[in-house]
Design a protein around this ligand. Structure first.
Ligand code: PEP
Length: 252
């Protein structure tokens, strides 16, 4: 039986003043959801604030990206060691917004995942197809290609220390979530591919769904056999909505 994880992705949003109330609500809400893991992925400048408010709570915190390099002349990048300094448990890698806007390749995403794992940070590795790729019937080929790059770089056993997130690009921030059938099909295909390499890793890996998850669709999505939680963008900025998704995961 896999635990459910509900992870918020704040993206480039928030301010010291706004975050304070949100983090306190999430901290209080997580306390009454003992069966679900909760986490928030905040912008780098707010990691210290998240650490300060969430320490001792049932909600973990993490970053939205990390460098694959350990240190050096990489202006603007943030290393695994820096995230460890801020006591991050997780970091997202390979979010479609970074793949698209920063030309992150499958190989680079895989290297980031490897660096995170080697530094004892759990990468939440995002995969997902664009609308054009889905309409062309290439969904599984695309997510398999993205997953295979990670498997080639990490090896299947280290994947056991990661979380996978299926995030169809066309569902992110659009209000249009994947249907339960679409989500389950891709999650099952990803798990099967990993299970073919190592059954135990495949059976144990948390695979999150992301893309317009909200209180109204969370119960249905969280109840799917191969969906082990959610990566939540917009709804993670509204404490009541984020906690409603957490409750859906607890009851699904
Ligand atoms: C995301 O940013 O990872 C995401 C899933 O966003 P949203 O929930 O807003 O679609």
């Amino acid at each position: 039986m896999r635990n459910k994880l509900i992870a918020g992705n704040w993206k480039m949003q928030g301010s010291l003043a706004e975050n304070s109330a949100l983090l306190q609500s999430v901290s209080a809400g997580a306390a009454i959801l003992p069966t679900v893991s909760m986490a928030v992925m905040v912008p780098f400048p707010y990691l210290a604030q998240a650490q300060s408010i969430l320490t001792g709570s049932r909600c973990a915190w993490g970053a939205q990206d990390v460098s694959e390099e350990p240190s050096g002349a990489f202006t603007g990048e943030v290393s695994v060691a820096m995230l460890l300094d801020m006591v991050c448990l997780y970091t997202i890698v390979g979010h479609s917004e970074r793949r698209a806007r920063h030309a992150e390749t499958d190989a680079r995403v895989a290297a980031k995942a490897r660096a995170a794992i080697e530094g004892s940070i759990i990468p939440i590795i995002c995969v997902g197809e664009t609308l054009a790729e889905r309409e062309a019937g290439h969904t599984l080929a695309v997510v398999h290609r993205q997953l295979d790059a990670v498997l080639a770089c990490l090896g299947v056993h280290r994947l056991a220390q990661a979380v996978l997130a299926y995030e169809p690009v066309w569902a992110i921030g659009t209000g249009r979530s994947a249907t339960p059938e679409q989500a389950q099909e891709v999650h099952a295909a990803l798990r099967l591919r990993i299970s073919n390499a190592d059954w135990v890793v495949g059976a144990g890996l948390q695979i999150l769904y992301g893309g317009s998850v909200k209180p109204s669709n969370a119960l249905e999505l969280m109840g799917l056999p191969d969906v082990d939680g959610a990566l939540v963008g917009g709804a993670s900025l509204v404490a009541d909505d984020f906690m409603a998704i957490g409750r859906a995961a607890a009851t699904a």
